[in-house]
Write a protein that binds this ligand. Sequence first.
Ligand SMILES: [Zn+2]
Length: 323
Amino acid sequence: MKKIIGIDLGGTSVKMAIISHQGHIIEKWSMPTMTQNEGHKIVPSIIESIQQKIKERHEVVDDYIGIGMGSPGTILEDGSVKGAYNLNWVNPHPVKALFEKEIKLPFIIINDANSAALGELWQGAGKGCSDLVMLTLGTGVGGGIICQNRLIEGASGSAGEIGHITVDFTDKFPCSCGKYGCLEAIASAKGLNNLGRIIAKDYQGQSSLYQEFQASQSVEAEDLITAAKANDDFALKIFGSFSKYLGLACSYLANILNPQRIVIGGGISKAGEYLKEAIDKNFQEYVFQPIKDQTQISLAELGNDAGILGAAYLILVKESGKL
Ligand SMILES: [Zn+2]
């Protein structure tokens, strides 16, 4: 049976894997992302690494169905990537064209939040679901929407920008997109710092996390969760707001899409059940009540493998004509 190559391109590393058509990772490897010189070496270095790997395995390109890739930024119709600022690509970068010139295999590229959603649908928390929304909580907030087994990309490829849904109207939370009050400005690593800053303003209580915050002006997700679990007052206030806004955003998603699962992934989701229960409690309160029991909040299961698996899944369904 032919295999698939999955690539997850990130700002610091590129993860690559050889995957069976059943979703089993046969071999995976990674390398640093070469973002210097406006990122011109990124794609050639990935191509070289893949050619090398195929050679090492004593295989040929014909042993593969195709290559799927998840990338930051907006994916244009011709397979170019726009707005991937963490890769230093200033202008739209012709990723698909570069690949197809060097490796004679079908190539498909999608946004990394979408590939993570597809990965969880295929092999993770969404296995067996037809409708799934994934929220990736990391430096930012990514989103991927799958309806009736189809990835929703929208008219111009920007569907699923859940991180930029406005959830707060106080103009206190500046977002990287230029707006205020986006989910990303609250429920991401950067968002935690915003919450810390705002809650610290009139904070009067006793808290060791508050003292740490005064010194560093930043809140690390891991420290926050540890302190909240130990009933630290300042931590509970931040965590309370964080999970409230996430629960609210999930209720919007459920009301519009009624997915079987809303999957929470990304670095911050390592907080596990504690985070899931807090989001779920708020979700239950805000969601349209008839949907309450039909949409389940779940934790992602695949961690860093979601992206490579999702990218591989997309090429698999596309090449087998199921999409
Ligand atoms: Zn925004």
